[in-house]
Ligand binder design. Structure first.
Ligand code: PLP
Length: 397
């Protein structure tokens, strides 16, 4: 065996359910054509970036000094970029942000890794609520911490506070939330955030140290029915927001996001410095320069998210008619219905017989469910109902 880091080797060679589904989909597309494969496996935005993104990129390429445009920015991101983002947050959330509280990152993934490495000492715990984005475990353990998973509240996909309070202990360093949520599509209500803040205030006082709240928000811009997404720093001062333009502007390949350390945080400057130091040690400094500027200039735009809302309506209605139980997503482009048998892995394997590629819930810490990524063309979502009907009929016969 190669003389390499064992954990890294395990991670690099692990079998990924989503990747296997993707390979299976490619094979089926070659056999039956792309229109007959219902690939709901991957969370890649299906609508293009808004026109403003292309126009801005082209204008910058034509008009800006190329040495500056393609050069390193400050490690924490260009000052003008940070100023524009701070102004946008103030405009949209009514919350005062200093540009010096923002660190421009390589997507939400880079933001989360910077924060976790900046906060955690070896063995400290981070609480995560199921169902959760599976990379959290990788990021937390990569930062030397331990993930503590709170079982899901499957009725509403809010927080099971009894289990949360039981799990919070003196070794809890941070709590990581994700709303709108991948994979459930749930949005945490104001009541949930208020109660979460109260518990964290109380437990921080009890244990004599700050418990940080990390709010991972790559889907903040994708919310339906006019639902209000609470601005978490307004409820809990010791909040760090991790944002990304991967989904809001359909730019996952450009790797752009930010960390915001709330200006009201205790020991704000040291927390920010620790995140900057961790980001430096990970080698993620000075995020891509062209797209820092594009995102800052398009900061209030989004791609056409109405497509996701249309797809949600088609699929939630269609699947409920077929006998599925599903909490209605209020945002993102995911839904997380219960599988028709308790074994979600077997269920998703059977779905492949009907060219339906859906992901078992077990990997998200919530067995008995499956994730459907409905970032697909609307006609594909519509036609998939026939395949779901065949799958349901198989189990209901
Ligand atoms: N957090 C969640 C919940 C996600 O779903 C994703 C990507 O799908 C990420 C973080 C990583 O996003 P990014 O592409 O901005 O690194």
């Amino acid at each position: 065996m190669a003389n390499v880091n064992k954990r890294a080797l395990d991670l690099g060679t692990q079998r990924s359910v989503i990747r296997e589904l993707f390979e299976f989909g490619k094979k089926r597309i070659a056999e039956v054509g792309p229109e007959n494969v219902f690939d709901f496996s991957i969370g890649n935005p299906s609508v293009p970036a808004p026109e403003s993104v292309n126009e801005t990129a082209i204008r910058l390429l034509q008009e800006m000094d190329p040495v500056l445009l393609h050069g390193y920015t400050s490690a924490q991101g260009d000052m003008d970029v940070r100023r524009r983002i701070a102004e946008s947050i103030e405009r949209t959330q009514g919350f005062k942000v200093s540009p010096d509280s923002l660190y421009i990152s390589t997507g939400a993934a880079g933001a989360l890794c910077g924060c976790l490495n900046g906060l955690l000492n070896p063995g400290e715990e981070v609480i995560v609520f199921a169902p959760y984005f599976p990379e959290y475990k990788v990021f937390i353990e990569g930062a030397g911490g331990q993930m503590q998973l709170i079982p899901a509240d499957i009725e509403h996909f809010q927080i099971d506070f009894d289990r949360f309070e039981e799990a919070l202990g003196p070794n809890t360093k941070a709590v990581l939330i994700n709303s709108p949520n991948n994979p459930s599509g749930a949005v945490y209500s104001e009541e949930t955030i208020r109660r979460l803040a109260q518990v964290l205030e109380q437990k921080s006082a009890q244990y004599g140290h700050v418990i940080y709240l990390l709010s991972d928000e790559p889907y903040r811009a994708i919310a339906f029915d006019g639902v209000q997404i609470p601005w978490v720093p307004s409820y809990y001062p010791n909040t760090i927001v991790c944002y990304s333009w991967s989904k809001a502007l359909s730019l996952p390949g450009e790797r752009l996001g930010y960390v915001l350390v709330s200006d009201e945080m205790e020991d704000h400057d040291e927390v920010y410095a620790a995140i900057a130091g961790a980001t430096r040690s990970l080698g993620y400094v000075s995020a891509p320069s062209l797209f820092q500027r594009v995102c800052a200039l398009c900061v209030d735009d989004t791609s056409d998210i109405s497509v996701y809302e249309t797809n949600r309506n088609i699929l939630v209605g269609g699947l409920r008619d077929l006998g599925f139980t599903c909490v209605e997503p209020q945002g993102t482009f995911y839904m997380f219905p219960r599988t028709l048998i308790p074994d979600d892995v077997e269920f998703c394997e059977k779905a492949k017989d009907f060219d339906l590629l859906i992901v078992p819930g077990a990997g998200f810490g919530c067995a008995g469910h499956c994730r459907i990524s409905y970032c697909v063309p609307t006609e594909r979502a519509e036609r998939s109902l026939e395949a779901f009907a065949k799958l349901a009929a198989y189990y209901q016969k």
